[in-house]
Write a protein that binds this ligand. Structure first.
Ligand code: HEM
Length: 200
């Protein structure tokens, strides 16, 4: 069957290729930066592009289990890489704001947080993702035992907060915003009702 062949091929794909492929969007941003392809407000463009890429990876990570259960596509081997790439892009997105936008001035950052409270939702999401990134290695999985799965459920509130942050910064939610919100809601619902939805 086609799916079996695809899963067999995927089993042979080395994990590092996912990291390499995941860095391509960053390379593209750097290329645009160097060639002046980021328009009239490059800082805003960098911030927005990094935020969007972070969202792709975070939702991509959430999609891996339902894809296996509902479609039989086995990407579980790549879940760690996809999650870590999501964290990496959120961190870069935060650095872009703090460094390029705020000029590393804490007082200015504090003023911005008051002016744009949706940033606090993004920061909370980032903070929730830190322990997940730190415990994504095999040693932590062994050490934490069943607690590891419980801890990693923090990804759900993190994605929820990230979505609120994204939609709120839009002011008026566009069609694209609704599509992302719909995708995130569907993935979260699938995770919270796994047995009934996926086996029924
Ligand atoms: C899970 C965490 C986060 C996710 C998923 C996320 C995602 C996004 C997305 C998708 C956008 C809009 C991109 C677009 O419209 O093209 C955005 C905008 C933005 N985000 Fe985040 N973000 C997160 C955390 C953060 C953090 C920690 C900060 C740092 C304070 C931050 C600062 C910003 C800023 C400054 C903007 C631009 C807002 C504007 O132009 O008014 N985000 N974010």
């Amino acid at each position: 069957m086609l799916l079996d062949r695809l899963n067999r091929t995927l089993r042979r794909v080395p994990g590092w290729t996912v990291y390499l492929a995941g860095l391509l969007p960053l390379a593209w941003i750097v290329w645009l930066m160097l060639t002046g392809g980021l328009g009239v407000d490059p800082v805003r463009e960098i911030e927005h592009r990094l935020g969007k890429i972070a969202l792709w990876f975070l939702l991509g990570g959430l999609a891996i289990t339902p894809l296996r259960r509902l479609a039989g596509l086995n990407l579980l081997r790549f879940r760690r890489a996809v999650g870590l790439l999501g964290f990496f892009y959120v961190a870069l997105h935060l650095v872009a704001w703090l460094w390029l936008d705020m000029g590393l001035l804490w007082s200015q950052a504090a003023v911005d947080l008051v002016k744009r409270p949706y940033l606090l939702f993004g920061i909370t999401a980032f903070v929730l993702l830190i322990p997940l990134a730190l415990t994504s290695n095999d040693a932590a999985v062994r050490r934490l035992g069943p607690g590891w799965r419980r801890l990693h459920r923090l990804v759900y509130p993190a994605v929820g907060l990230g979505m609120v942050h994204y939609l709120w910064q839009m002011k008026v939610i566009t069609g694209e915003g609704w599509i992302w919100a719909g995708a995130a809601t569907a993935l979260l619902v699938l995770r919270f009702r796994p047995r009934r939805v996926m086996q029924g």
